[in-house]
Structure formats: C-alpha cells, structure tokens
Design a protein around this ligand. Structure first.
Ligand code: RIB
Ligand code: CA
Length: 312
C-alpha cells in the first residue's frame, strides 16, 4: 500500500538525505515538499528543496514555500552547521524549476482535506511553524491526518542548541506547543534516537561507493555537515537526524519507543523549547506522542544506502 506523505522541511544536509531517500522509495507518494525557515532562511531552504527534486529526477514533486519566520520569536538559523547555502558540500546546479505558487500552509490544508481521512502523513524535519499555522487555520486537519512524524526534541540526550533544547523545537516553541496540543497522532524521532545514528567514515564511504550522482552528493553533504558535530561531540562521526523520519515511515520495526506525554517549555528563557517527556509516566498528563528512544543503526544506514542507490 503506497503511503501519501508531505514533507515540511528546512534543507539542510540531513533533511536532504531524508527527502532523497523518500523520493527513491516506491512505497511513498511524496505529494509535496513544504519549506520553512530554520537551518537557513526560507529562500535558501526553498532553493535547496528545488535542487533536491532535480537531483533525484523528481521535478514532478512540487515545492511550496511556507513560513519565513517563527510564529512570534526571532528566527535562529544554523549556518555554522550547514554552511551559508544550507547545503554546502556538493556542487549542485542552481535549480531551473520554480517553486509552486501556492503558499505551503495552504497546500498542507488543501491536500489533507482533499484526501480521505487518515491517509496523509506529514514528515516534519524542521521548526513546526507551517504545521502549527495549518492547524490553527484549519483545526479539522489534526484529526484528518494519519499522523505527524517529526524529528525534534530531546529527553535522555538533552539539548543541542541549548543545554535543554533541540534546534527544531527551540526555533519555534510556540508552534511546537500548538502541534503537540492539537490531538493529531504524533511520532517523535528525538535526539535520543538520532544520536545513535552516527555517520561514521565507513557509512559515508558506502554512499560514495554507490557511484551515482545522488550517492556522491550525499557523501559530500555528510562530509561537510559532520565537521561541526565531530568537534562538538568527539564521536567517530555526526548524528544523522532527519532521515530517521523517513526510515521510521518505511521501516518502523527498526525503532523502539513508547507512548508518552510531551509538553513544550515556552515560558522560561533558560529552558525555552525543552521537550518535557514524561517517559516514566510519573504524571497523569494525557499521552500525546509516541517517543522513539532507540533504533538499529546498521539497518538504518543500509536502508538509506539501498534507496539512495536507486536514484540517478
Ligand atoms: O536538531 C537537528 C535538527 O535541526 C535537524 O532537523 C536539522 O536539519 C536541524 O533542522
Ligand atoms: Ca531539518
């Protein structure tokens, strides 16, 4: 059964690997890619998404620009990790494909309403601004969605942009609060699991060894973006975050997690954007998310390489 998915993303090298893996997977119908300001400003995330559909030979998939800033906060970006273009590493040609004219938030709403209930999955790889705006504008879509599978948050692994917050949630905590309170079915791929998916040199070489354009581009992306994290964590490579979302949609069996309550800190300047996950059930707060804590890293990277190898 082909799964209908919509990306909401701020590419970003790791977003790129997640998107390319999905575009190569026959099990997924990527109905559209909505871009959001996050790793770099909106114009750059949109330009990068267009580069990716061209790299994959999938210009049939529309790219829709969404929000250019968080709901209420000043935009925080991450060029220090992803480079000025947000997709530093490979030399990819400027895109010739234009973005679609429709605003990304309206595309999300229209597409969810146009499909049967329970058949659309949102794969969120960046700040949740667009998803929150869509839910605020059309509350009915929360129950219409099959689910939202998102990369974001941290509990056992604490923060990566502050000591307590993961970047996607930190950039727009108010948006995250709206999404987690919406009643939509949510699965979270937090740093707890993405920090186990380490792009070691051997795993990056496996992408280069595919000897196709996409594999070489992925290897160049990961070699660039891992430089910062390798210094930061001192590991034998960088954690590969966003492709955990695509891998979960394709092969949930390689991951483990549990249903928990997740609340988002928006009031404190010290802990802004913290995902307070009640993993041990010490409160009676309603369970509003599946929290993925671990996964099989070898199976994960094998899946990614298998799919990237199918691209031009
Ligand atoms: O914290 C990791 C997340 O922030 C990833 O989605 C990465 O692309 C950045 O957006
Ligand atoms: Ca991202």
């Amino acid at each position: 059964m082909v799964q209908n998915v919509i990306f909401d993303t701020d590419p970003g090298q790791d977003d790129a690997v997640a998107i390319l893996t999905a575009l190569a997977s026959r099990e997924l119908a990527v109905l559209g890619i909505v871009t959001v300001a996050g790793n770099i400003p909106l114009a750059a995330t949109t330009r990068n998404a267009l580069k990716l559909v061209e790299l994959a030979g999938r210009t049939d998939v529309g790219v829709y620009a969404g929000a250019d800033r968080p709901l209420s906060r000043t935009l925080v970006t991450a060029e220090h990790v992803h480079g000025e273009s947000g997709l530093d590493g490979p030399e990819l040609p400027a895109p010739s494909t234009p973005p679609r004219a429709q605003h990304g938030v309206d595309f999300l709403i229209e597409t969810v309403r146009a499909h049967p209930e329970g058949t659309i999955r949102i794969m969120a790889l960046g700040p949740l601004t667009n998803v929150a705006l869509a839910i605020a504008k059309a509350p009915d879509i929360a129950a219409r969605l099959k689910d939202i599978v998102l990369m974001g948050g941290a509990y056992f692994e604490v923060g990566n942009i502050t000591p307590t917050a993961e970047f996607n949630i930190y950039v727009d905590p108010e948006a995250a609060r709206i999404v987690f309170a919406s009643g939509a079915k949510i699965t979270v791929l937090p740093l707890d699991v993405t920090h186990r998916m380490i792009s070691t040199p051997a795993r990056i070489d496996a992408f280069a060894a595919l000897s196709n354009r996409a594999g070489e581009a992925v290897a160049a992306m990961l070699r660039f973006s891992e430089a910062f994290d390798r210094r930061k964590y001192g590991w034998d490579g960088a954690p590969l975050h966003d492709p955990c979302v695509t891998a979960y949609v394709l092969a949930p069996e390689i991951f483990e997690g549990r249903s928990v309550n997740v609340e988002i800190e928006t009031g404190s300047s010290l802990t802004r954007g913290m995902t307070v996950a009640d993993y041990w059930g010490v409160t009676d707060r309603p369970k509003n998310a599946i929290w993925i804590r671990s996964g099989d890293a070898d199976a994960f990277f094998s899946l990614l390489a298998d799919r990237i190898g199918r691209l031009p």
